[in-house]
Design a protein around this ligand. Structure first.
Ligand SMILES: NC(=O)c1ccc[n+]([C@@H]2O[C@H](COP(=O)([O-])OP(=O)(O)OC[C@H]3O[C@@H](n4cnc5c(N)ncnc54)[C@H](OP(=O)(O)O)[C@@H]3O)[C@@H](O)[C@H]2O)c1
Length: 273
């Protein structure tokens, strides 16, 4: 059980909050301090600073499975830790779909929460990183995070691509598929565009090694990977990208900014007691 100090927002949980039953405690990302340790001794001690990925995170107190928790290193702030869980884990795990060293990797929605971590982690893994954004202004800072090329939509992007992390979907997805090289893979993480994806006749026909589209939704035992991400933060190898911060009572403002594509990276809210 932890006393939550900070939470962060993800597009899906904000956009679809109204679909959940009244009384739902929303959210998946939190960081705070352990108020009660696990009875079986499997988790951190009372007073430990932790980050967590788990349902019911937008609360003052949250119960979490011990394999969903990671201790926050001393030199990492709890606010930064709260910016990590869903977006960081998604980027890390989706990038594991293919070897990265020397490979050409496209990140769509690169200015967003998942995107900004994905750009950094793909670069850390030795990939040639192409970052796709919605407008030139949204590309700001991505080269500094490790993108070798920043592009609006797919302007000038050429194949063959080895791996694509796609958070945008829509018409662009069909065009991205045509750019895959033999054995290339698209991790379909999200469809922020809200548009249908259309594949032209013959667009799915290739001779040779299969090009693939994969769904992404790995939420199993997040604790150890969360610890890896926190370790990278502590070592200064990964930057927490917090584009909006404020008190939890300003949720409507933060949610609107996120949905209107005005947040660079993550929106993190402070939770008072
Ligand atoms: N499968 C999973 O487990 C999983 C996990 C995490 C997230 N997701 C999904 O992945 C997607 C991205 O999540 P996120 O937290 O990174 O969201 P985010 O921070 O809001 O970023 C979304 C990005 O999508 C781009 N985009 C392009 N067309 C858009 C449109 N019509 N409307 C809104 N955004 C558009 C935006 O680009 P510009 O900023 O350049 O305009 C924005 O940077 C969401 O659909 C989310 O539900 C899935």
């Amino acid at each position: 059980m932890l006393d939550v100090r900070h939470i962060s927002l993800n597009r899906g949980e904000v956009a679809f909050a109204a679909r959940r039953p009244a009384g739902t405690v929303h959210g998946y990302d939190a960081a705070g301090v352990v108020a009660r340790a696990a009875a079986d001794g499997s988790g951190p001690a009372v007073g430990a600073r932790v980050a967590v990925f788990g349902g019911g995170a937008w609360a003052q107190r949250m119960a979490a499975a011990t394999d969903a928790v990671a201790e926050v290193p001393e030199r990492v702030g709890l606010r930064e830790a709260a910016a990590l869980p869903m977006a960081g884990l998604t980027a890390l795990r989706a990038l594991r779909a293919r070897p990265l060293l020397g490979r050409r990797v496209l990140i769509t929605g690169a200015a967003g929460g998942v995107g900004r971590y994905a750009v950094q982690l793909a670069a850390l893994g030795g990939a040639h990183v192409i970052a796709s954004v919605g407008s030139p202004a949204r590309g700001a800072g991505l080269a500094e995070l490790g993108a070798h090329r920043v592009t609006v939509g797919l302007d000038g992007v050429e194949g063959p691509l080895d791996l694509v992390l796609d958070t945008v979907g829509g018409a662009q997805l069909g065009a991205v598929f045509a750019l895959l090289g033999p054995g290339g893979n698209i991790q379909c993480i999200g469809s922020a565009s809200g548009e249908p994806a259309v594949f032209e006749p013959q667009a799915l026909f290739f001779v040779g090694e299969a090009r693939t589209l994969s769904t992404y939704g790995d939420i199993s035992s997040p604790g150890p990977d969360l610890a890896t991400l926190l370790g990278l933060l502590a070592a200064g190898r990964l930057r927490p990208e917090i584009g909006w911060q404020g008190g939890w009572e300003r949720y409507p403002e933060a949610a609107e900014a996120l949905l209107e594509r005005r947040v660079t990276g993550k929106a993190v809210l402070d939770v008072g007691r």
